[in-house]
Ligand binder design. Structure first.
Ligand code: FE2
Ligand code: FE2
Length: 251
């Protein structure tokens, strides 16, 4: 059984949804796929992704990204309600949203949000970052949202497992971003992730961690943990994404 990774399919772009629809119906039926968030803000489109992926894989593991929790299109209800709705939707499809074991391997989703542990946002980000308009956190500051999600995390006893892998939507440590990252994009660092996720990775003793959100494909080892980003990204992001679902391990 192989473990595959994808994230940030952003199927609001018709060509991204089309790409998913082209995946083989035969080649992955004994395999597991982690989808690390950012399918769409539209629940119907999220369902379209599940309709495509669930029959193609033995098991799907999913957690929502920031785009999945936007509610502006559907009346701007609370984003935590949308989170619950997506959990229920996944339950109906048999999609795993909790820690799950495959033989000696435990795979753990780590929920989170950015909390400015990577820096304070400048005026342009505060004005222009879409989550601030499209999500409804009922007045909570990002750090409070991060705290709420972290409290939902299930951190199981890992002693009975040979290895632990984990995944999050958000970036767990800012040094995963290249040193020579364009200066103008460094303004995004505060909204990329949270050091709290890294704390959970270390607490779990995870040897591989998969993440999305930055739309910058990476495979980097830091202090004994392999961090992999295989975001599919927007159609224009041809230089920084591989536009594929990546085989990351055997289970
Ligand atoms: Fe994304
Ligand atoms: Fe994202």
């Amino acid at each position: 059984m192989r473990l595959f990774l994808g994230s940030d399919f952003h199927v609001d772009y018709a060509q991204n949804l089309h790409w998913l629809g082209q995946l083989s119906r035969q080649d992955f039926t004994d395999d597991v796929l982690i989808v690390a968030g950012d399918l769409s803000d539209d629940v119907d489109l999220i369902q379209s992704c599940f309709d495509i992926l669930v029959p193609r894989y033995k098991k799907l593991l999913f957690l929502p990204g920031n785009h999945d929790l936007w509610t502006a299109r559907s009346g701007r209800g609370p984003s935590f309600d949308k989170f619950e709705l997506l959990q229920t939707l996944c339950g109906g499809y048999g999609i795993e949203t909790r820690p799950v074991a495959f033989g000696g391997t435990l795979i753990v989703p780590i929920l989170g949000w950015y909390d400015y542990s990577f820096g304070e946002p400048d005026a342009r980000i505060r004005r222009g970052w879409m989550d601030f308009y499209k999500c409804n956190w009922e007045g909570l500051a990002p750090a409070d949202v991060a705290e709420r999600f972290d409290q939902m995390n299930l951190i199981p006893d890992t002693l009975d497992f040979e290895r632990v892998y984990s995944f999050s939507h958000f970036v767990p440590r800012i040094d995963l971003m290249p040193v020579r990252y364009p200066e103008k994009h460094k303004a995004l660092f505060p909204v990329l992730g949270s050091a709290r996720i890294e704390e959970r990775i270390r607490e779990l003793g995870s040897s591989m961690h998969f993440y999305g959100h930055s739309h910058l494909n990476r495979n980097k080892v830091i202090d004994g943990v392999t961090y992999i980003n295989n975001a599919f990204g927007y159609p224009s992001e041809t230089e920084i994404t591989a536009k594929t679902i990546l085989h990351v391990a055997d289970l």
